[in-house]
Design a protein around this ligand. Sequence first.
Ligand code: HAM
Length: 410
Amino acid sequence: MKINPIRGTHDLFGEEIIKFNKILFEVKSIANKFGFSELITPIFESSELFKKPLGEQSDVVLKEMYTFKDRNEEEITLRPEYTTPMIRAAISNGLLNNLPAKFFGTGQMFRRERPQKGRYRQFNQINFENFGSEDFFADIEIISLANNLLKKIIPDNNITLHINSLGTRENLKSYKIILSKYFKDNKSLLSKESLDKINTNPLRILDSKNIEEKEIIDKSPKLIELLSKSDLSFYEEVKKCLTELGIKICEDQTLVRGLDYYCHTVFEFKSDLIGSQDTLIGGGRYNGLIKTLGGKDIAGVGWAGGIERIMLLMKNIPKENKDIHLAILDSNLKMHAIKLYDYLIKNNYSVYWNYKYNLKKSLSSANEMKANFIIIVGENEKINNNYTIKNLSNGKQTIVDINNIFDHLK
Ligand code: HAM
């Protein structure tokens, strides 16, 4: 019986898992520097958590959620994103008493999209959220965190930060009406796909990748024109501060994001080296969302990054040297070797037992694995109760007893 992986899923191993773990390591390290605590939530939640907050007309809710009825008829959804589960968890566990409350998490998300390079049905996200601050510095902090993380993981890549402001949710509501009217007046210039969105979700027409619609979209009314003085000045502060930090920004007035909960600052880090799925990190403000989910009326800002997309830009990471390779010359010497093996492991060395029981094969295996040292365990060594250590960087070979072994491994 041969069972294939489910379409849109993928296994991680070899070079990929080394990259994956490097990302997780850097995420934890930067979270610690910026004072974000880890919050791990379940992979499935009540469907209600996602439907309204993400937008009943959003692609995620309309077409992409993995939703099923549990045996007790409860409707459950595999999480398509991490922001709403994090808020749910913060509310459920009373984590919103000291504000701002800053959390991060990494894990699998599920969206039934059409699979392609950088787009999967099960994928991994990094997620950072700051709950409870209206200060524009919260936007700066979270964007600067993302920028530092990307610089650390993929230093030589030309990644651009796209930014826009949506103003308040009321602005967005009025804008949708204006946009809907504008596209209705220009129906003949739109694709069938965009026409379907005129009434339900005109904002999504703005992300159309159809070249033939580019001109009509470029000429569409701009949301920025509806922003109040104070919203504009908030946005100006954000841009000024990012520039002060040396973070290059690309203002993009058509950037509206695909989920409904955003307001004010929205941003995306993009790369032009990974094909059409070019957004590595996306996020923004979601003031009002925490209240919608039954929490306090506090603000929020955050982002999520796709681990698989970031991995596409990473170079292979050179293999770490395995410290010590055991060359056991005959299988009847296992008992003598095992004491040494155990002793080295207990003293925090990394030791490789190659299962070959042959000098020549052991030497080539040690070279292939770039071991620092090889320790030979042969008949003579057994009789004399010692071991032969070979330093593979200078070829020097020494016979030592177990008590002197550490002096020679330095
Ligand atoms: P999102 O833009 O839907 O935002 O997803 C964030 C990132 O997840 C994307 O930029 C992309 O790198 C990755 N991603 C999304 N879908 C897929 C997929 N099918 N395959 C591979 N990678 C994917 C959110 O999820 C929001 N919760 C972000 C946020 C956090 N906003 C505020 N806080």
